[in-house]
Design a protein around this ligand. Structure first.
Ligand code: R5P
Length: 299
């Protein structure tokens, strides 16, 4: 031990320290000072030849700059191999110009990170039209891990009603909905979603019998909460008994949990990809599995 360590940006101390403990490596914070004009000063600890930089991109713009600044300082102070662990990776949704003149932010962000680090590990990146995350990170190793095994493991430990139906809000959710349902031995259903605006969506449920069934709503990202709330209202209107939600990335403000509850959602649980009161499902296990090679290579 000693040739590999982990450094983490503010906002991620607990999951980062948990990950370092799982890997048996030391963890140190990266200090980020915000000047009155909004500029950032980033100060790293002395790196090891292999250093894992743990940073989840919330809020996205400031974290992106902080990661780029930290990467520069780590390299200049002796880091030879820099692995970015970003459980939530920002700007992955804007993977095309939806309207004339729009920038393809996914491409810009991926190119910036490709210049800064040697490897990127993320979880359930929002890559709906991008088939493979490797295609957007030129020249470096990039991996998009699935949180579904950890989510299923967490849910398996709960007393789940076998009549529960796992529901996904849109066709894009089918892969993870079918995986969770298979792992839990439950039925599943996929709704249709039409987005009308940043926080407004229309959900159409499939012709399935929800009357009296508990529902487990699963989604990758909750941002405005519009998708979950529309789904919950639709499910209530067809007689679902209780609705619980499990998500990977809880991007919505903590105060909005009350709004989700008033739409009929009994509980919201998320992974610890983001610091959030709903974050009860640790990702340290899946991240550590992906990182073991880095530690062994340095042993
Ligand atoms: C969309 O394709 C995603 O899977 C989520 O359903 C979406 O990002 C949720 O966003 P919001 O909470 O703003 O409805």
């Amino acid at each position: 031990m000693g040739k590999c360590q982990l450094q983490y940006l503010p906002g991620s101390a607990k999951p980062a320290i948990d990950l370092a403990a799982t890997l048996g490596i030391k963890a140190a914070p990266v200090a980020v000072h915000r000047f009155p004009d909004g500029e950032l000063r980033v100060t790293v600890a002395t790196p090891d030849p292999t250093t894992v930089l743990y940073a989840t991109f919330d809020p996205p713009n400031e974290k992106l700059l902080a990661v780029l600044f930290a990467a520069e300082a780590l390299r200049r102070n002796g880091c030879q191999r820099l692995v970015l662990v970003a459980p939530y990776l920002c700007y992955m949704r804007q993977d095309t110009a939806f309207q004339p003149g729009e920038s393809i932010s996914q491409r810009v962000v991926a190119e910036l990170l490709s210049d800064a680090v040697d490897r990127v590990i993320t979880v359930n990146a929002h890559l709906h039209r991008t088939k493979d995350i490797r295609s957007i990170f030129p020249g470096i190793v990039a991996e998009d891990l699935s949180a579904m095994p950890e989510i299923a493991k967490y849910l398996q430990a709960l007393p789940l009603d076998p009549a529960t139906i796992v529901v996904g809000p849109d066709e894009e959710s089918r892969p993870w909905i079918s995986e969770i349902a298979r792992r839990l031995g439950l039925a599943f259903a996929i709704a249709q979603k039409t987005r009308q605006g940043d926080s407004s969506v229309v959900i159409t449920l499939p012709p399935q019998d929800f009357q009296g069934h508990p529902v487990l709503l699963v989604d990758d990202i909750v941002s405005s909460g519009g998708t979950l709330m529309s789904c919950a209202r639709a499910l209530k209107s067809v007689g679902a008994s209780v609705i619980d939600a499990v998500i990977v990335h809880a991007l919505f403000p903590a105060a909005q949990i009350a709004q989700l509850e008033s739409a009929g959602i009994r509980s919201v649980r998320s992974t610890d990809s983001l610091s959030h009161p709903s974050a009860v499902i640790p990702l340290a296990g899946v991240l550590a599995s992906a990182l073991h090679g880095e530690i062994e290579a340095d042993a």
